[in-house]
Design a protein around this ligand. Sequence first.
Ligand code: ADP
Ligand code: MG
Length: 316
Amino acid sequence: MNDTPIAIEISDLVKQYAAAGDAPPKRALKGVSLTIPEGGIFGLLGPNGAGKSTMINIMAGLVVKTSGTVRIWGHDIDHDPRNAKLSIGIVPQEIVFDPFFTPYEVLENQSGMYGIARALRRSDELLRAVHLADKRDAYARTLSGGMKRRLLIAKAMVHSPPILVLDEPTAGVDVELRRQLWELVSELNAEGVTVVLTTHYLEEAEQLCDRIAIINHGEVVTNKPTRELVGMMREKIVSITVDRDIAIPPAAEAFLRSEKVADRVLEVTYDKDRTSAGQVLALVQQQGYAIEDVTTREADLEDVFVKLTSAVQQNG
Ligand code: ADP
Ligand code: MG
């Protein structure tokens, strides 16, 4: 990504929410730095409470950051908030609409808020783009959940921003609708829009995004091209109970990692494309252990989290 122009640049971003009632102050972002290249679909992946919406809402100007800098399409949100706002369209996590406006009116009202002259508005074009042209004059309250989400995407695009940000576009959405939204996002990206989306679904990020940053407890734990991250998911873990206490965990070239997790329990991580569980067991037996019990599991997002967060600690 060395020569790719930058769409969003976040440096040392900190957000501390004030104490409220019994709740102590909450450090939702602990000094996040992140560069989002232009032109792709960037996934911000993390569990609930990781800080994804906080980050998005700071970009949108809805949450005031504690410290750090954010530049959107080259415009600093502190020094040039107007141009920063014009460069980004945000689809929030919750759906809110006045039920008595029609999709066309929703887009016209939003265009008005951006001061876009009538002749320059794109309401009908956007309704076609999100496949809602036939609902142009229906009341918003009569739209299905999926149609409402598509309308929110059109609403975020009225000022033709080069960047579209979607906060959990498919949370609580059924499979069919999820596919439709993925298609729409891909279409917009193919037309040149840089897309940033947050999700807590690994599969979604994997399918849609060309680059994924994982955020956990207010920290970015990784930021990699999707194919590299998926490579890490090829790992499989076998947990082996042996007949006596393990002094030094057996090592072998085929093991990516070998750890003693209890006196007689060994966890070996291996690449399932290159090594089999049988080979792992044979290698452990060769080192003089009798095997009493075995369980295997695929490495999942949880393992990647654990691995990456411990790597961060080791590297300081
Ligand atoms: P995500 O979108 O990844 O689920 P959020 O950014 O919504 O995460 O939340 C990050 C953390 O900040 C959570 O612990 C959440 O409880 C806390 N938080 C979010 N909004 C507020 C707020 N307005 N006041 C206090 N704490 C908040
Ligand atoms: Mg959120």
